[in-house]
Design a protein around this ligand. Structure first.
Ligand SMILES: [Zn+2]
Length: 507
């Protein structure tokens, strides 16, 4: 069955930054893995374009709100293009298909008796566009924006949240790998057990920039409710149905965990729609100790400028390998470059270059498919067996979205291949049958590199493409390998697939 992988639908109040890129890289890697595994996988991203904050920001910049969100949305779409990420659907919450979807959902909730008109009173952060309880505040301020919250009491449509919390809780408790990593699952369970929240306010009356509530133009739909259902809009636009939520993997940042782990699921439960297959929660990167956000200009190194130093694959690899997904981590350009040079240039890139150069120089650029009677040395058989068994561990790591573990496992394999290569020294044949020895060694290395170029393609797709090209493998649709295949390799002109990055900066 096909898979859908979603990123958060990013709020179009500012330009994309490295935090957005991290979410997209994770989702893109997972989509690419599932594409190898099941043949049909879709990456969904987009922009969340309604709400009071956007209305205000647009007003401040002196253009119409629609022009403003068009510009911002375009910035996101362009960045993904520049980073060679190709979403299968880019959802915009101001598009007509989304509006229709939200209106349908609203009508269903009204019919099921889950929505009523009332008043909502509470402490509200305009920046977050959400209510907080007293104990979530720090000195009367929102903990994210450090600005005072306002007392808010307005007529509002209310969603009967408490009615659905128990079914959400039961589901999360019964499905251990539903929210990953585990600490975030526990956080949601704790919230659900302690919550005394009766209703969720799901409409606003003090601004206009939103989807009008069906039958009551004085209200617009709360921006979060609107945004959450954009996942469904995208699935439907790709030809899927609401049932496909059940094979959707949702990548989110830890700051929006409650919206997804509680409100989204409660709404789905009220609608009797399936829950997503998994919610994968990632922590934050800080840049030289500072949170990456638009309210912190010094953190705003342009992702595309950084990729100009690190390369696109280098950036993706280093962000994924440097920390387990759920944790927070601090980065500097210098440490990223060191990680990339060690993993991609010294280890992988060098092995490809040395191996293909030898084949070109000593073997007329050709390693024929061995005939069935070829017997390999114990050392070769052991390395192949090690790789074969690694494939199932890698699958597990991909399926659990442990992408740093994927990198760790493949890097360890590359290291074993390098050791094998150096021990057998195929450039300096010394045993009784020198030609066979060298051919066998190079054949095994090329076969491993070919396997690596498939299983590592979700993380470093461009380098992997170059490796296959260097090995003379005809490009066809890739599938996840069950074992290492020994093929024929044709080397035309050995070229470097990854050059060491020279970075003079100290940060
Ligand atoms: Zn806030």
């Amino acid at each position: 069955m096909e898979k859908y992988v979603t990123t958060p639908i990013f709020y179009a109040s500012g330009n994309p930054h490295l935090g957005h890129v991290y979410s997209v890289f994770i989702a893109d890697a997972l989509k690419r893995y599932w594409q190898l595994k099941v043949g049909r996988a879709f990456l969904i991203t987009g922009t969340d374009e309604y709400g009071q904050k956007i209305e205000r920001t647009a007003k401040d910049s002196g253009i119409s709100v629609k022009q403003f969100v068009n510009q911002k949305s375009h910035c996101f779409a362009e960045l993904w293009k520049k980073l060679k990420v190709s979403p299968d659907y880019f959802v915009r919450t101001t598009d007509d298909n989304h509006k229709h979807n939200v209106i349908d959902v609203w009508s269903l909730l009204t019919r099921s008796g889950d929505i009523s008109l009332g008043d909502y009173t509470g402490l509200y952060c305009v920046e977050c566009e959400q209510f907080y309880s007293e104990h979530q505040l720090v000195d009367g301020c929102c903990s994210i924006h450090e600005t005072p919250v306002i007392q808010y009491s307005k007529p509002s449509y209310l969603f009967n949240l408490s009615k659905h919390l128990q079914s959400v809780l039961s589901y999360i408790e019964a499905n251990e790998d539903f929210i990953q990593p585990e600490n975030y699952r526990r956080e949601v369970i704790r919230f659900l057990k302690e919550s005394d929240q009766e209703n969720l306010s799901i409409s606003r009356t003090d601004f206009q920039w939103g989807i009008s509530v069906p039958g009551n133009n004085e209200h617009v739909v709360y921006v979060w409710v609107d945004a959450l259902f954009s996942y469904l809009t995208a699935i439907q636009a790709l030809g899927g149905a609401k049932q496909n939520l059940a094979n959707t993997i949702q990548v989110i940042g830890k700051d929006i965990l409650l919206f997804h782990g509680v409100y989204w699921l409660a709404l789905l439960s009220a609608l009797k729609f399936p829950f997503p297959e998994k919610i994968i929660v990632h922590g934050w990167w800080t840049l030289r100790g500072k949170k990456i956000s638009k309210s912190n200009p010094s953190s705003l190194i342009q992702p595309i400028d950084l990729a100009g130093i690190t390369t696109i694959d280098g950036l993706k690899y280093s962000l994924l390998v440097k920390k387990p997904l759920g944790r927070d981590g601090d980065l500097t350009t210098k440490t990223l470059v060191e990680t990339i040079n060690s993993g991609l240039a010294n280890s992988l890139g060098n092995l490809v270059k040395r191996c293909t150069t030898l084949i070109s120089k000593n073997h007329q650029g050709l390693l024929k498919t061995p005939d069935k009677l070829t017997t390999y040395s114990e050392q070769s058989i052991a390395l192949i067996a090690e790789t074969d068994s690694l494939l199932s561990r890698l699958e597990k790591a991909y399926q659990e979205a442990q992408l740093h573990e994927v990198c760790f496992l493949v890097d360890a394999l590359i290291s074993s291949a390098n050791t094998y290569f150096h021990e057998r020294a195929p450039w300096n044949p010394k045993d009784s049958n020198p030609l066979d020895h060298a051919v066998e060694t190079l054949q095994i290395i090329c076969s491993l590199l070919h396997t690596i170029s498939i299983v590592y393609s979700p993380i470093i797709p461009n380098i992997c493409f170059d490796i296959r090209r260097q090995l003379g493998i005809e490009e066809r649709e890739l599938v996840w390998p069950g074992r290492v295949e020994i093929l024929e390799f044709v080397i035309n002109k050995p070229e470097s697939v990854f050059q060491r990055i020279v970075y003079e900066g100290t940060k």
